[in-house]
Design a protein. Structure first.
Length: 160
């Protein structure tokens, strides 16, 4: 049985259409992941328990997506030594700019790797998580290099 090493958390079930994009590169590269709803505001005790248990459960990287005030990634990063990759989810009123500003304005000493707003950011969060894990996993590193070459080879030289 493979071990889950990446946890994709989101503030609300409504974030799933965006956060689902993080699963694509992880699946393509054979990285096991889990998905959970963990709200910094509505389920703070769940967040505390999640961050306390994550290392013991084998989680090595956390991807946290949220919209609006978007405190999930920062709060998770404040409670764990694990790397946290933030994904700003587009909000109804400010199209994700509020989420982005919240995520990138972390105080010195609490690091969050913030990605782009929306689906592209979620996809890249999954890719970045795989790249972090590949630093100590030679087989994953090889798969990642093959994946990157295939991506490069898929870009046409000429426009038809």
């Amino acid at each position: 049985m493979s071990k889950v090493s990446v946890s994709i958390i989101m503030g609300s079930r409504s974030d799933w259409p965006t956060m689902q994009a993080a699963t694509r590169p992880l699946s393509d590269l054979g990285v096991e992941f889990e998905t959970k709803v963990v709200s910094a505001h509505r389920t703070p005790e769940r967040l505390v328990q999640f961050t306390a248990d994550a290392p013991d459960r084998g989680i090595e990287v956390i991807i946290a997506g949220a919209g609006g005030s978007a405190h999930l990634a920062g709060m998770a990063a404040a409670m764990t030594h694990l790397p946290v990759i933030a994904v700003p989810v587009a909000s109804k009123h400010f199209k994700g700019m509020d989420s982005l500003m919240s995520m990138v304005q972390m105080p010195k000493g609490v690091a969050v790797a913030c990605q782009a707003v929306g689906e592209a950011g979620a996809y890249n969060a999954g890719l970045l998580a795989a790249q972090i894990l590949a630093l100590k996993d030679d087989a994953l590193s090889q798969r990642l290099q093959v994946w990157r070459k295939a991506q490069t080879d898929s870009v046409p030289v000429e426009v038809e």
